[in-house]
Design a binder for this molecule. Sequence first.
Ligand SMILES: Nc1ncnc2c1ncn2[C@@H]1O[C@H](COP(=O)(O)OP(=O)(O)O)[C@@H](O)[C@H]1O
Ligand SMILES: [Mg+2]
Length: 140
Amino acid sequence: MALLEVNNLEVSYGLIKAVKGVSFTVDEGEIVALIGANGAGKTTIMHAISGLIGKSGGTVSLAGQDITGTPAHKLVSMGMAQVPEGRRIFQELTVIENLQMGYFIKKGKAEFQERLEQMYSYFPILKERKNQIAGTLSGG
Ligand SMILES: Nc1ncnc2c1ncn2[C@@H]1O[C@H](COP(=O)(O)OP(=O)(O)O)[C@@H](O)[C@H]1O
Ligand SMILES: [Mg+2]
């Protein structure tokens, strides 16, 4: 069973059909890239999967559970996350507070600490700067 299964997805903006019958699956641990020209519908597909916009047809399931009509805030608690384009961070919060925001819905401080250490091992500069106001970081 695929972790994410998108079946015949259709999305419309008013009378305009932006996405017409898109199907794909994503297995656990797999990375899938959607490639297409500007305006092809990539962002629309992402928004429809994460519940930010409605679907006009098709189904989506997550770990075997039908999530076609599930609202975005419920999907988050089921483990779905969408990381938007660009550098969207909470400017006024510190680095560590930004990281905590990504975990606020989860319980278990021990797991957060473990994940945090793993993330710091990938990006050690964030550990050095964990108390810095995020809006004062450089883009890089
Ligand atoms: N909010 C919107 N209202 C109306 N049409 C939209 C809206 N957002 C996107 N579209 C249209 O839907 C199509 C797909 O857009 P989009 O998903 O942003 O493409 P991509 O991310 O692949 O560049 C485009 O024709 C775009 O103009
Ligand atoms: Mg886009």
